[in-house]
Design a protein around this ligand. Sequence first.
Ligand SMILES: [Zn+2]
Ligand SMILES: [Zn+2]
Length: 307
Amino acid sequence: MLFPEASRARIGPERHAADLEESGIVRAAEFSRRRTKLERRGIVACWTDTHAHLDADAFRGDLPAVLERARAAGVSRIVCAATSVESAGATMAILGEHGRRGAPEVYGTAGIHAHDCATFGPDSLGRIEEALAGDRFVAVGETGMDFFRDYAPRDLQEAAFRAQAELAARLDIPLIVHCRAAEDAVYRVLAAVVDSRSRRIRGVMHCFASTPAWAEKFRGLGLHISFSAIITYPKSGSVREAAAAVDADGLLIETDCPYLPPQSARGKRNEPALLPETGAKLAEIRGWSVDETAARTSANAAALFGF
Ligand SMILES: [Zn+2]
Ligand SMILES: [Zn+2]
């Protein structure tokens, strides 16, 4: 069994790494290294927020407090998803400022969002690749297609997405995919990249909001499926069905903050500290304990991103 009950029971089912640190069982200096080992053995449960926009204006005034609340809530790792070259630069600054202070560890991505793809030009891929050479940058993205908002012409969205998907495949690093009302087009682009390389791609279908059938199709291309607080909303039955159906090794969770707060905080700013509410809902859907849900989704994230 991947997460043995006996090992977890030694420390207690609701114990998080942050508690261990606070109680002095694990010294802060050793925290990160020890935590990774404990997580791998399933002894402590920490959450990994695989998609957060910490560079958003909404966090400009109080990011240290936001990160402290995340730590206290047991969120040990956060992937800060960039949406433009400028946003990747802002992410790099956040990593420099906050990425090395113990929990939570912050990682970054570099890419151009469908909404921003009017800024995608001849030098964009080079600038993304430059950012990816930075310490703690773990993925290309977020990129993808959004036919719900349609902020940019669809042919531009597709060209920018395809180029970034090919870049991720060439560099063999994960791709963070945004897909809204554009499943067919996104699938077509990704399937072509898979065909051209004769192997599956690595990455995340982030903030999954579609059907179980689409989850299976994207999983078949090699993508992990990441669920947000949408699964806590009363009307999201088919998204919950997808969360129940995806194989355990393909599951991730995220906040997509400052957007999409969980049901208990609708209308407010979302932040990583609210991730456990989504995690608890996923636990209920899967019939797992909360600790097992944290451990499994964090282990999946660590395997994908190479934390
Ligand atoms: Zn997105
Ligand atoms: Zn996003």
